[in-house]
Structure formats: C-alpha cells, structure tokens
Design a protein around this ligand. Structure first.
Ligand SMILES: Cc1ncc(COP(=O)(O)O)c(C=O)c1O
Length: 412
C-alpha cells in the first residue's frame, strides 16, 4: 500500500484559488509551500485537489494521532450536537476542563497544578508571570529573566523577549529585561557553566529554556548543561521554567523531554499536541489569589479540552511513548544514511520522533523541502538550514519506510 499519491501537480487549481484569496486578504505569514489541507487519515493529509501527502510534520506536533483517528472522530461526534462548545472557561466551569486537568496532572511531576490558555506563547507568558509573582512575594524587584541564544518561546511580546531564533521575529519589538546564555549541545562546551558565572554577577528572576530547541533548529541540549541550569537555579533560588510546547506530550518517547535528563522544572509549559496551551507549576508557585491569571477561552474551548484529554488517554492506552522511541530509532537510523549524500545533509540529531536534519546550506534545505512536497512528503524547516522530521506518534514502520524512500531517492 502506498500512502502518498500526487494526482495533480501541487498547487492544483483549487489550491491556487484559495491561496490567491489568502494572499489578497491576509498577512503572508510562515507558509513553506502551497499545501491547502482538506482532510486526512492515518499519517496522510489530503489537499483540496485530491493529492495525498505522507505527513512528517504532524502540523508541528499538533496532530499526534494523525488524522481521522477513531478516538478523535469519537470526540468530534460527541460535540456535533452540543451548541455550547466554547464558553468563557475561566469564568464558568465545564467538565472538560476538569477532565483535562486530571489527565495532564497524571503525567506531570508530583504536586503540580495547571492553568489552561489558548496557545504556546500564552503558556509561556503565564509561566513567566508566575515566576515574577513568586519573586515579588519574596521581596525582589523586577529582575531580568535568563534565556538561551537560539531559543523560541513564542511571539507575544513577553515570550518574544526570551526568543532569540531568527532576526525577523524580533526586529524592532520591545523587550522585558533579559540576559542570555549559550544553549550548549556538548558536555565539553567551554560555556557549559556560563549560567553560574552569569548568576555570580547578576541577580535574575527566572531561567527559561527548551530541552530541544525546536524553531531554533532542533538542537538537543547537553545533559550537563541542563543539570547545571537546575543546580544554579537551586543555588540562587530562581525558578527553572522548561518549555515543552514542542517537545512535550510524548514526542521524544517520554511524556516530557526533561525526563531524559533526570531533572524537574519548577514551572513548565506545553501546548500543540495538547490542543490547548497549558502552564503547569509546582503548588508553591500558585498565586493563591483569584484573578491573577485568566482569559476568555482558557479552559473553555470544550472540544479542544476533550480532545486533549482523549489524546493523553490514547497515548497511554496504545503505548505511543514506546512507539515514538522505537519508530524514532528506525527513522533516525534511516535518516543517518543520507549523511554526506548528494542532498547536502550534514547532521541528524534528536530524541524519539523529534528529529532534525541539518543541511550544508539553506538553499539545499529549501530545495529539498520543495522537491519532497512535490513528490508527496511533508516536512518543515527549523532554524537557518535544518529540517524537522516529526511525524504523528502513531506512525508505522511502513509509513516511515515510504517517507525514507522518497528522501533517499532525492538526497542519498
Ligand atoms: C518551544 C516553543 N514554545 C512556544 C511556542 C509558541 O507556541 P504557539 O505558536 O502556540 O504560540 C512554540 C511554537 O512553535 C514552541 O516551539
């Protein structure tokens, strides 16, 4: 069985029409190629002209069960006749809010609470606010936060402060006070303990980092680097915020990427695969007063909340963490065979089903993305010259095999 099938060279006529409307009426954001999604099943996405693409993106991890998964369809069917599908969920209660909180708490570190919000960026905003709030209660003035070079934490102004991935994302926008350190990917990096040097000379409010930089290029943190952040945060009494918006929810073969490093955050974020944004925090970071955090839709997008809860249940029930580790291993091995080939692949890195492929030049990366799209394989860029390979957690060996064949024909 073949999972991809290009019937009409994309963009076909209907895709062209829709893209023209979008270009006329909307800001032209981060579109990589002219894919107009209509539907999907399994790990295959269909466009509006009837082409079928094998999906190695999961919509940046937001579709961990792929498309038309029976559990996803079941949740959708339950709400087909419910006319109160979206409520002001921080002002009124609903059972979906309670059920997602139970599911999420069951996979969080002990004694963590949750706050649900719309997006990953807002999950980061609220994490930062909780850190400042606690520091304020301890008598500290507004101090700088520490984040990493190459980080991506979102595009709202607070989160954007701590983002330093591509200049275009930052240009001209104001920032909160911030200090930056190198994101070390090698235990032997001379800057591995830069955090301790920095905190020896400066007071700080918080440390915020990803474990695997996503948008920044799929850079995997060194073990010692993360351990040093945890240690310095403890020594100086500073909260460590780990951003699991992209790497969380089983993507790396564990619920959270930090579990591969034997550390725990004080505050963390997740979103994407959860369907809603979430800030999660140890109970002592709770503001202990109503009204400090809220929003209209946080906790009230009932279909998304129900879907998030079901996704966690399915990941547990179907052992998708093991699938991510097992299939991730096969995928990484297959991708490693592209190293040094005609496509210009120079590095393959990642954990589980969160794999980055670095090219020698941006031009070669961009060319490969476009050519693979035309052949029926969806991938997305990351950083200056890398590509992210993040298929749904349900992907099978056969599907991975077909994708690898397409990549090999072009890049080996
Ligand atoms: C690590 C990380 N944090 C935050 C965000 C922002 O999430 P959102 O786009 O949902 O605002 C992203 C998005 O890619 C991310 O990868």
């Amino acid at each position: 069985m073949k999972y991809s099938n290009i019937a009409t060279e994309p963009p076909g006529p209907e895709a062209q029409r829709i893209i023209q409307v979008l270009k006329k009426n909307c800001y032209d954001s981060t579109f990589t190629y002219p894919l107009v999604i209509a539907d999907g099943s399994g790990c295959t996405v269909r466009d509006v002209d009837g082409n079928a693409f094998l999906d190695f993106t999961s919509n940046i991890g937001a579709c961990p069960l792929g498309y038309s998964h029976p559990d996803v369809m079941d949740v959708l069917a339950q709400y087909a006749k419910n006319g109160a599908h979206k409520i002001a969920g921080q002002d009124f209660y609903c059972k979906e809010h309670a059920e997602l909180s139970e599911q999420l708490v069951s996979v969080l570190p002990d004694n963590f609470k949750t706050f649900f919000i719309n997006s990953g960026a807002e999950a980061v905003e609220n994490a930062v606010k909780l850190a400042y709030r606690k520091r304020m209660s301890e008598g500290f003035p507004v101090l700088p936060g520490v984040s990493c070079i190459g980080a991506f934490h979102g595009r709202t102004l607070g989160a954007l402060t701590f983002t330093l991935s591509k200049p275009v994302q930052k240009a001209g926008f104001p920032e909160l006070p911030v200090l930056r350190i190198k994101f070390c990917t090698d235990d032997n990096d001379p800057d591995i303990d830069a955090i301790e040097r920095l905190l020896g000379q400066n007071k700080a409010a918080l440390i915020l980092t990803e474990i695997i930089q996503g948008e920044g290029g799929y850079n995997v943190a060194s073990r010692q680097f993360i351990k040093n952040l945890r240690k310095s945060a403890d020594v100086h009494g500073i909260p460590l915020i780990l951003d699991e918006v992209q790497s969380g929810m089983g993507r790396t073969g564990k619920w959270w990427a930090f579990e591969h490093y034997d550390v725990k955050p004080d505050i963390m974020t997740t979103a994407k695969a959860l369907q809603v944004g979430a800030t999660a925090y140890r109970q002592d970071y709770d503001p202990g007063q109503q009204g400090v955090l809220s929003s209209t839709w946080g906790g009230g997008s009932r279909i998304d909340l129900a879907m998030g809860a079901r996704i966690i249940q399915v990941i547990k029930r179907d052992n998708l963490l093991s699938n991510a580790s097992k299939i991730g291993g096969l995928l990484k091995k297959g991708l490693s065979e592209l190293l040094g080939g005609k496509g210009g692949v120079i590095d393959v890195r990642g954990i589980g089903l969160m794999i980055g492929l670095e090219f020698d030049t941006k031009a070669n990366r961009d060319l490969a993305l476009q050519q693979l799209f035309k052949k029926g394989l969806l991938l997305l860029p990351a950083g200056q010259k890398s590509m992210r390979v993040i298929p749904p957690l349900v992907i099978s060996e056969e599907e991975v095999g077909e994708g690898l064949e397409m990549m090999s024909a072009l890049l080996h």
